[in-house]
Design a protein around this ligand. Sequence first.
Ligand code: 5GP
Ligand code: ZN
Length: 114
Amino acid sequence: MDNNCIFCKIADGRIPSTIVYQDNEVVAFKDTNPQAPVHVLLIPRRHIASIAELTPEDEPVMSAIFAAAQNVARQAGVEQGYRFLTNVGRQAGQSVFHLHFHLLGGRDMTWPPG
Ligand code: 5GP
Ligand code: ZN
């Protein structure tokens, strides 16, 4: 738990959010500034800054995140097509330094992203 981390507080229920899925390892909640009709953030409950910090011990939580993503996509009705990504570092657009994956769907996506 990082007391200065907004996503730790969301995972802990100390900051309100619209949670769409949670289990022992993972919390998924709606992004407050959605970039698509479906825009959900999936985070580990444990504070990890980004995938650059992952260690082999984090393998179970990463499996849990990918399994949760399948659930969230199905629940949102976008399982036929969605984007699942994480920004690593400021240059890539990371603004919150608690690992999170964006699940975006419900519209056509372009490639490459900007
Ligand atoms: P990043 O730019 O780090 O990849 O993504 C951070 C995301 O978190 C942004 O899409 C932003 O809209 C979202 N976000 C930032 N603060 C909050 C918050 O307090 N609640 C929720 N639900 N989303 C947030
Ligand atoms: Zn955190």
